[in-house]
Design a protein. Sequence first.
Length: 113
Amino acid sequence: QVQLVESGGGLVQAGGSLRLSCIASGFIFSVHTMGWYRQAPGKQREFVARLTPGGTTNYAEFVKGRFTISRDNAKNTVYLQMNSLKPEDTAVYYCHAEHFYDWGQGTQVTVSS
């Protein structure tokens, strides 16, 4: 059974930073591409970043240069370092394992202006 548990969200002022974590279980973490998505109120869930087992990263244009995705396979954990946060980054952030349907509960990020 796939489980994804996100943490690290919170309230931060514009320009601040947060580091999100997602602990995964129920599958072989090291061989799967992991991604981060977000959903703002009244909007559809959108792609933020992804990281392949080989280390290739992809980012949405609106986070390039500000967010960094990384992983620790020994800890079955994927991270999202978010810098220079903007009010429009306010959303619930979710991690996702490619090729699985499961989602975690998400972690709320709120950026005040």
